[in-house]
Design a protein around this ligand. Structure first.
Ligand code: CMP
Length: 143
């Protein structure tokens, strides 16, 4: 079954949005299979955002993601990677549709509440970077 990596960033945690955000993925019908609060190291941040290394916002992005705890999650379900991206909204919250997480809660591209893997290969890489296999639970709803 398909899996994706999601992380509520420091701004989402500090604004008390974790419950609301988890609720949206639960209500949609996806299964939470991994969950932890992480004080992100610079090493993890630089690996996670490695593709943006040459971008001018990279130092600020690493500083921000390491500044306070992040809620790291793995979600499972049919089409979860693309569906989660729709639930999250586009990168810049100012352009995100109302009803999406970023559209409802943000105005600043550098404070866009949540990260979600953008494709199957990225999801696989990010899950392996943030979680050990033992930290993930295999389960299916029985109802
Ligand atoms: P995320 O989905 O976590 O992936 C890369 C992040 O870089 C993105 O969300 C934004 O938070 C951040 N980002 C992208 N563009 C900019 C920008 N122009 N200025 C600051 N941060 C940016």
């Amino acid at each position: 079954m398909e899996r994706t990596f999601l992380a509520v960033k420091p701004d989402g945690v500090q604004r008390g949005l974790v419950g609301n955000i988890i609720g949206r993925f639960e209500s949609k019908g996806f299964q939470l299979v991994g969950l932890k609060l992480v004080q992100v190291s610079r090493e993890l941040a630089e690996k996670h955002y490695g593709e943006h290394k040459e971008r001018p916002f990279f130092p600020g992005l690493v500083n921000f993601i390491t500044s306070a705890p992040v809620v790291a999650m793995v979600w499972e379900g049919k089409g979860v990677i693309a569906s989660a991206r729709k639930i999250i909204g586009v990168t810049n919250p100012l352009n995100a549709e109302n009803g999406t997480i970023r559209g409802d809660f943000g105005v600043d591209v550098g404070r866009n509440i949540i990260h979600g893997s953008d494709a199957p290969d990225t999801a696989e890489r990010e899950i392996a970077l943030w979680f050990t296999p033992a930290e993930l639970c295999n389960w299916q709803p029985s109802i």
